[in-house]
Design a binder for this molecule. Structure first.
Ligand SMILES: [Ca+2]
Length: 375
């Protein structure tokens, strides 16, 4: 921060970002904090809650479309999935990569179009490789999308066990993110499978965020007594919890608006009646939206009190600060526009103010995983 050129760049970037955010967010959903222009206020907020990406180093090269990153509990390494090869690797903080296995029965693209394959991964928060070996994946088979469990003993994967089957696969609306919540249950995003009406059907597990046990049963206390936690989703991708334990989700819209939603159990997020904000009774508007040219958000991570959203088509990392402990967001800004191509996999490193960020779809062996310190 002592480099004056950097400060000038930062100030310039802030102004540009503020303009961009005003362009991106429809009037109805502009948060109050978007009007903040008093520099000292912004600086104070950043010191307590914020920070921002401070460069990006290459941690690991030689990947092809890394999709999911899930850290082992000690934070020394993560498991990383590759969508098209359906292989799983262990990647440590020094960038060493070891192959640990593949998820069987994965069929990435049986049809002409489709973004299936091996998608999300979630390591048990109590994993120790001995008493608890459980890791969970979402993948597409020839006929469906599944949540499966495997054992990882620290060196290899075994004991493939489907826990939730029958999620309709279709086109590129496959959801696929999976994460353990602070309550110890698994949260899973599912796409509408190219059948939009399923998103409004609370008896369907498509177009939803699901909340399930390790054996695939509905988690206790779910709002409809089944697997469904929230509904009316088109193709939700990102899942992350903030410091208040609230769940946020990034979702890919259709033609006009992508979304960042604050997820409440039982709430209806509008698809296919709404895309973006539509102020319809009984439907919950997003907290922020993105135009597809700068968006198509993939995944989500939280560092301090800031949401970071990787974007595919937008080829940038969005920084979305939460306004203190309120449900509002502040001024959005973005980083790396076009520098690395499409960005997808993202995870916070446990115990460090650092993100891992994967490039996507550059071709066989051409993707990489970046290390992004938050300063
Ligand atoms: Ca929506």
């Amino acid at each position: 921060m002592t480099d004056p050129r950097r400060s000038v760049r930062h100030a310039y970037r802030f102004c540009i970002a503020a303009l961009a955010a005003l362009t991106v967010i429809p009037a109805a959903s502009i948060p109050q904090a978007a009007a903040v222009s008093h520099t000292s206020t912004v600086t104070a907020v950043q010191a307590a809650d914020g920070g921002e990406p401070d460069g990006a180093d290459t941690l690991s090269t030689g990947w092809q479309t890394p999709w999911g990153i899930s850290f082992l509990p000690d934070g020394a390494a993560a498991l990383v999935t590759e969508r098209l090869s359906y292989q799983v690797y262990r990647l440590d903080r020094d960038g060493n990569r070891d192959w640990v296995g593949e998820v069987p029965y994965t069929v990435p693209e049986p049809y002409e179009e489709g973004a299936g394959g091996l998608l999300g991964v979630a390591v048990s928060p109590t994993w120790d490789g001995k008493k608890d070996k459980q890791v969970f994946f979402v993948h597409t088979t020839e006929t469906e999308t599944r949540v499966v469990r495997m054992d990882y003993d620290g060196s290899s994967l075994s004991n493939y066990t489907p826990v939730l089957t029958g999620i309709r696969r279709g086109g590129d609306h496959n959801g696929g993110r999976i994460a353990f919540g602070p309550d110890g249950y698994l949260y899973v995003t599912t796409g509408d499978g190219l059948q939009p009406e399923l998103a409004q059907d609370t008896d369907s597990i498509n177009g939803k965020i699901l909340r399930i046990t390790r054996s695939g049963a509905p988690a206790p206390g779910n709002p409809f007594g089944n697997h469904v936690y929230s509904y009316g989703h088109r193709n939700p991708q990102g899942l992350a919890w903030d410091r208040n334990g609230r769940l946020w989700s990034a979702e890919i819209g259709n033609q006009e608006q992508d979304e960042l939603n604050l997820i409440e159990p039982g709430a209806n997020y509008g698809w296919p009646t709404c895309e973006g904000s539509c102020d319809t009774d009984g439907m919950t508007d997003p907290k922020a939206t993105f135009v597809p040219e700068k968006g198509v958000p993939a995944q989500l991570a939280v560092v301090r009190n800031v949401l970071y959203v990787s974007s595919l088509r937008g080829q940038r990392l969005w920084r979305v600060p939460i306004d203190g402990d309120s449900e509002r967001i502040g001024t959005m800004s973005d980083f790396y526009a076009g520098d690395y191509g499409r960005l997808r996999a993202i995870a916070k490193v446990p115990g460090a103010d650092e993100l891992w960020l994967g490039t996507s779809d550059l071709g066989y062996g051409k993707d990489k995983i970046l290390r992004v310190p938050i300063k």
